[in-house]
Every structure is written in C-alpha cells, then in structure tokens.
Write a protein that binds this ligand. Structure first.
Ligand SMILES: Cc1ncc(COP(=O)(O)O)c(C=O)c1O
Length: 501
C-alpha cells in the first residue's frame, strides 16, 4: 500500500469544463414531446453536473479505487466485523442467470430451484445451530437481533405477559442494546468479571466508586419483568461464555428467554451448537461465518434460528417443503410479519449455500479450527509486547490494548496508523469499550502463515518504535495521500454532497 507517489486527486466536479462530454448524440429528428411532468415532481434548481469526458471519469474513479484498501489487497484483521476472503466460486454461483435474473414476484412453481436453495440453506443452518426453525429474512446481524427481540416479545405476549427488560452484558456489540430498545425493551447491563465473561456476582468498580449488580442480583431485583438475555457467544472479547448452560437455566427458571448474538459463530461451527446448550433464538451473520461480502452496511444477511416454541412467530412468508416441491407459506397467523421485502437478500443466500456445499460439514469445522488457530498464533506472537487484559483462552479474535505503549505516549490510534504504513489495514480499535484502548484483531481462517508472520512482525516493529521513536508513530501514516483526518467530524458532520463550495 505504498502511495507516497500518488498525486492528490481533485473532485470530479473540479475537472469539469463547459461543453466537455462523454457522448455524442445525433440531432433530434422527431418533434420534441410536450413536457407533461407535474410541477411538484420537478427539481426547483438543478445543480450542475460535472461536464467531463469518459476518459476523465474512468481515470478519476480508477485512481480513487487504488487508494482504497480491501480484503483483496491484503490482511484486514478487523475484529468483530470479520473481513474474510469472498471465495470466487460463491460469487460465480450468485451470478448465475437462473439466480441473478429471477424475479422475486415470480410464482413459486417457476422458481422451484431458488426455493429449494433457500430451504436447503435453512436446513443447513438448523443443523449448524442445533435449532428447529430458520428465517432468512433479516438483512444483517443487527436486523436479525431486532427480529429476535420481536420474537421474544411476541412469545411473551402470546402467554399474556408484558415483560419489559432485556439483560445485556457490558461487553455487548452496540447493536444489541439498540435493537432491544427498538423492540420496546429497557436494557439492563450485566458487568463482566475479571476473566472477561459475564459476572454472576456483583462487581466493584473501584474507579467509578460503585458496585455493579451481577446477573444473580439482577435476576432477584427484576424477576419476571425480565423478558430475556441477549448474550454474544463467543463474546466480543473472543472468549467463550463457559457458564452459558447455567445462564440458560437461570433465565428459563424465571420464564425468560435466551437470545444469542451468534455473529461470532465462525468460532463455533462444527464444534458446538447453541441449541444444544439451551439457546432459544439467535442470528448468524452470513458475512462473518459464511464468507459473503461485507460491504458498507449491506446488502447483507443475518438469518435467525429459533426453537419450535418460537417458530410460529417467525416472519412470513416461510419457505417450506411440500409433497410436490417447495412453496411460500403465508398462512402464519402468529407471525411478527415481514422483516424485509420479499425473502431477504437472496444473492447472499446463494453465496452462503455455495460456501457450505463447497466446504462440506468437515470443511466448515476446519474453517472454525483454523480461525481459532490463527488468532492464537497472533496472540502467541504478540504476547509480552502488547498488553492483554484477559488471560482466558482466545477463540477467533484476540483483544490487546495500548497499556504497554501509552507510557511512551503512543496510543492505540498511533499503532493503528503505524500499521497502515506497514501495509496492513488496522484492526478494530477502541472496541469493545470494556477494554481501554482496545486493539481487536481477527485474522480469520483465510490468512496463511506468511501473512500472519508479516503482521506479527509489523506489530512487533511498532512496539519497538513506540519505545525508541514514538514521534514516528504519532506522525504516521506517511505513505497515504492524506494523513490523519478529523474522524469525529467525519462521523458527526459528514459532507456527502458537493455544493459547489
Ligand atoms: C457481535 C456482533 N453483533 C452484531 C453485529 C452486527 O452485525 P451487522 O453489522 O451485520 O448488522 C456484529 C458485526 O459484525 C458483531 O460483531
């Protein structure tokens, strides 16, 4: 990613010159049609479009694309988000005309192959999760969580109860409280204990000077107001919640449900099944576990799996197998309704199915084991140089922090920027919030030993520089067209539109 010689790029609008064009149309040789467009549908003002040639456009966007860093350029160890290789076979399958060009409103008898694919994927996901039913509707992990929270609500309402609380560990992904709140729940936080897992007992926060109630206290305080718990497993610090069966029992004893954020199923597939340890509902992120592309919020896929008790509430229509083939079942009176237009993002479902079939069940397990091995390889390579808050066994991602470097004035942000100069996309930084200055590294199963060694070497070099030349890290990146941007302003006040200023 050496971009030191890349010239700065002007906006396409700044390349505009009056009269320049990328096309040459013949003169109009028919009478001009009357303008019948209703006035209220017309633009009041038309901001100038850039007047540029085709060459200008192609070169401008090609240059910009080269400044980008993608998973096809190099290692992209973004913990929690999971950026892994998208197998070209899966892309090819999704592009087959029978899949790509079929119309979502086509009658089921004309798209039996597509319905069979969806049904088969549901069956694979049932087997992988150990649960009884699956919906492919949700368009992302967070959307799956919302679906799950609505299932929990529908379940309690069907029993005549209106429970109001969802318990969420403090290590949870931000989408968990957000989706539970969208479903109308009050979120109550459960603290982590010293090993990084959810604490059953109260935890004294010495810095804040107060005691946080552990799971047992929360249960005795809120009792049957608790609708369920939303728990990520492995959690967002890459650690398995080893007391999950006890947590399930505590919840079930008060009639509450267990929703598992299964975004991290890439550390469990073929090894452990949430249904077997008592989970009632969960989602899977197809981009994290089944290698479908992960791009800017979608179009993704976050199927939800659940027990038979929750199945009647799943979104409709459901894809079902009948005596004569496959069909869409709309007759689901208890359904929470539609969560997506049509039946979810079908092209992602095709990719995930291609991924499952090309790996086979043994290959899926191998991918899990390899993802865990790669994260542990990095842990071993960097232990001692970088501080590790939790000593518990690492699964698919490892979370270091900047405690060893901050004493030289080098922060997590400096380490991340230093990695850019060394040819790597930074890991996830400052998340999860339970680890101060977190550096969350997820290599995924796709990386080979050479890449892992190069990454460890780059991180080791940064650790050395932090001691003997911290200023060089505070200045980085120096090999990119732009150095440090105002990330807060970019997030809070993004300028997404050119206004000619
Ligand atoms: C643990 C966890 N939960 C939820 C999500 C949200 O998933 P999505 O970005 O697909 O909405 C993620 C993101 O990858 C995640 O890592």
């Amino acid at each position: 990613m050496d971009m030191a010689l890349t010239p700065s790029e002007t906006l396409i609008f700044e390349r505009s010159a009056p009269g320049k064009t990328g096309m040459d149309l013949p003169a109009l040789d028919v009478p001009r049609a009357a303008d019948t467009r209703p006035a209220h549908l017309k633009r009041q003002s038309f901001e100038a479009m850039p007047e540029v040639s085709e060459v200008d456009v192609v070169r401008h966007f090609t240059r910009l694309s080269r400044w980008n860093f993608g998973v096809d350029d190099g290692m992209y160890p973004l913990g929690s988000c999971t950026m892994k290789h998208n197998p070209r076979l899966c892309e090819k399958a999704a592009g087959l005309p029978g899949f790509a060009e079929s119309h979502p409103l086509a009658p089921p008898k004309h798209v039996q192959g597509n319905l069979e694919l969806m049904w088969t994927l549901q069956e694979w996901l049932k087997e992988i999760t150990g649960l009884d039913a699956v919906t492919l509707h949700p368009a992302a992990g967070a959307h799956g969580e919302l679906t799950g929270a609505l299932l929990i609500r529908a379940y309690h309402v069907s029993k005549g109860a209106r429970r109001s609380i969802i318990i969420i560990p403090d290590s949870a992904h931000g989408t968990n409280p957000a989706t539970a709140a969208m479903a109308g729940y009050k979120c109550v936080e459960a603290p982590s204990q010293a090993d990084g897992t959810i604490s059953f007992d109260d935890v004294t926060d010495a810095a804040a000077g107060h005691v946080k109630k552990g799971l047992l206290s929360l249960i005795s305080e809120h009792g049957r107001e608790i609708a369920g718990i939303m728990i990520t497993n492995p959690n967002t610090v890459g650690i398995f919640e080893y007391r999950i069966a006890e947590i399930v029992k505590l919840m079930h004893d008060i009639g509450a449900l267990v929703y598992m954020d299964g975004a991290n199923m890439n550390a469990l597939v073929g090894v452990a099944r949430p249904g077997d340890f008592g989970v009632d509902a969960m989602h899977l992120n197809l981009h994290k576990t089944f290698s479908t592309p992960h791009g800017g919020g979608g179009p993704g896929s976050g199927p939800v799996a659940c027990t038979a008790a929750l199945a009647p509430f799943l979104p409709r229509p459901a894809v079902v197998k009948t005596q004569s083939g496959f069909d869409l079942d709309w007759d689901r009176p208890q359904s929470i309704g539609k969560m997506h237009s049509y039946f979810g993002n079908f092209a992602m479902e095709v990719r995930a199915m291609a991924y499952c079939l090309s790996h086979g069940s043994d290959g899926l397990r191998q991918a899990t084991m390899r993802a865990i091995m790669n994260a542990n390889y990095i842990r071993k390579g960097l232990e001692g140089r970088y501080h590790l808050q939790y000593d518990s066994p690492t699964l698919h991602e490892v979370v270091f922090d900047d405690a060893n470097q901050s004493k030289y004035g080098v922060t997590t942000l400096d380490i991340a920027k230093g990695l850019i100069d060394r040819g790597f996309h930074p890991p996830t930084i400052y998340f999860p919030l339970v680890i101060h200055g977190a550096l969350m590294i997820e290599p995924t199963e796709s990386e080979g030993k050479a890449e892992l060694d190069a990454f460890v070497e780059a991180m080791a070099d940064i650790a050395e520089r932090a001691k003997d030349d911290p200023e060089s890290l505070r200045r980085s990146p120096v090999k990119t067209p732009v150095a440090r941007l105002d990330e807060t302003a970019a997030a809070r006040k993004p300028i997404l539109r050119w206004r000619g200023e």
